[in-house]
Design a binder for this molecule. Structure first.
Ligand SMILES: [Zn+2]
Ligand SMILES: [Zn+2]
Length: 466
């Protein structure tokens, strides 16, 4: 029983939501005795109008005497779910609920915590205590802020994925195509060895509940909620935000892109302009970027979308033009996968490309902070171990490349005399050059294979000059 109780506590920890300061807490406590054996008790409590989350945390004594108390809940109008003895804590909100429970409006009035008693010995007693937290913060409670992994490291992920929650499809059991279940995409990401994914459905947030439910299973793959804001004037990923988001650019809800950015900034979300080099018009409606925007408010540009690494359709020229205009935007990659495939013959397989981020931990906050900081490179073929790290300090530029033997290092940017670093690479090389104090501008590195194919695409360092 102790082992089961420990398991319950572990489950509670996974699902525990951060309790905001502006919360009302109720305590329901009581005693059950042998006469309650195999009966149900309904314990009433009041929920005020305007409540946006109900969290119940439950504990009881008597397990040493084999006492068992099961849990469920009713709102004033309907049954809202039953977790029996499998969860010591659960939350209900309008848009999300702990699995076992139903999300939906939280009507004010008298709710009932249902206690079922499968076993309580004749002479035994069990003291129970339910702590009920009622909040009005409007937050989505499904994702925990706890890191999946502690420590500074390079973390590999895909920032642009679609499933059957928007227009993703993949083979059904009989071989025909069907909306692709979210888990198929996540299984592909896990098989690729990724550390994180942002699932970015077109304009909708219907996948957030499913992502939150799946996160405890994918305990080595961080699931970041995202949306691809798909407008008539361009596409942008808004990553790490769960609040409602008005995306209807040009209408009364979001007359300009600034209104969308206001919402993203309020949620500390990351904004990346997607595939800006694609055409617009009837060739690809709304695909290219044409919306006027203040680039100081954008954090990243999808320089590489799927297999588009070079040429006018890639996002590289658009991104470099912004760098030359003085905006320090992080270049990222995204597979834009729509079918959960890992097939290397498909240029948009899950994790092709992979965006690799130096971050303090494997958590949403740390990954987004790492993307903002820009110590980031794109592994175009989605390998598990290639590394490209460009740093600049005390007048020295250093480039380290690992696991890309036979590739050729190329330097790009206005500070072109740095070609001393360029050339064919070994298995793990660190090359350093002194930069003249007069030199300013940006420098970035990339690595190409013997056939010229892009392997690794680095973000810039900014030379400060003297
Ligand atoms: Zn798009
Ligand atoms: Zn997309």
């Amino acid at each position: 029983m102790q082992r089961i109780f420990a398991t319950l506590l572990a489950i509670a920890a996974v699902w525990a939501a951060a309790i905001p300061a502006a919360a009302e807490t109720l305590t329901l406590s009581g005693v059950l005795t042998g006469t309650d054996h195999q009966t149900y008790r309904e314990v009433p409590f009041r929920v005020a109008a305007g409540t946006t989350a109900v969290t119940v945390t439950f504990a009881y004594t008597g397990q040493d005497q084999k006492a068992v108390i099961d849990l469920g809940i009713r709102d004033p109008q309907r049954f809202r779910g039953w977790s029996g003895g499998n969860k010591a804590s659960f939350t209900l909100t309008e848009t999300w609920a702990t699995p076992s429970y139903l999300p939906g409006p939280l009507p004010p009035g008298e709710w009932k915590l249902i206690l079922g008693v499968p076993n309580l010995r004749k002479d035994a007693r069990a003291e129970y205590k339910a702590t009920i937290t009622l909040t009005k913060d409007g937050a989505f409670h499904g994702f925990t802020a706890a890191p999946l992994k502690e420590g500074s490291a390079w973390y590999r992920g895909d920032l642009h994925l679609h499933t059957g929650h928007s227009d993703g499809s993949c083979p059904a059991q009989s071989g025909g195509r069907a909306p692709c279940p979210l888990f198929r995409t996540l299984d592909a990401a896990a098989a690729r060895g990724l550390d994180f994914v942002a699932v970015t459905e077109h304009n909708t947030s219907s996948h957030f509940q499913a992502l939150a439910e799946l996160q405890p299973h994918y305990d080595r793959l961080l699931l970041i909620p995202g949306r691809e804001i798909t407008t008539f004037q361009g596409h942008a990923n808004i990553i790490g935000m769960t609040a409602p988001l008005d995306f209807q650019l040009g209408g009364s809800r979001a007359p300009t892109f600034a209104q969308i950015l206001d919402q993203a900034e309020a949620a500390r979300a990351l904004v990346t302009i997607n595939h800006p080099g694609l055409p617009s018009g009837e060739a690809c409606m709304g695909c290219g970027w044409t919306a006027p925007v203040d680039f100081r408010r954008i954090q990243a540009v999808e320089a590489i979308n799927g297999g588009i690494t070079d040429g006018p359709l890639s996002g590289v020229a658009f991104w470099e033009a912004r760098l030359n205009a003085g905006f320090r935007l992080t270049a990222v990659g995204g597979s834009d996968n729509h079918d959960a495939t890992l097939d290397p013959a498909k240029p948009s397989a899950v994790g092709r490309p992979t965006t690799v981020v130096y971050a303090q931990a494997l958590s949403q906050d740390a990954i987004l902070a790492g993307l903002r900081a820009g110590r980031v490179f794109i592994d175009v073929q989605g390998t598990r171990d290639r590394l490209l790290d460009t740093t600049y300090a005390a007048g020295k530029l250093t480039v380290r490349v690992a696991h890309a033997a036979g590739g050729t290092l190329v330097l790009k940017g206005p500070a072109a005399p740095l070609q001393a670093l360029a050339g064919v690479l070994g298995e793990d090389e660190t090359r350093t050059v002194d930069i003249p104090a007069s030199q300013t501008g940006w420098v970035r590195a990339e690595v190409r294979g013997p056939d010229g194919a892009l392997w690794l695409f680095g973000n810039p360092v900014y030379l400060t000059g003297s």
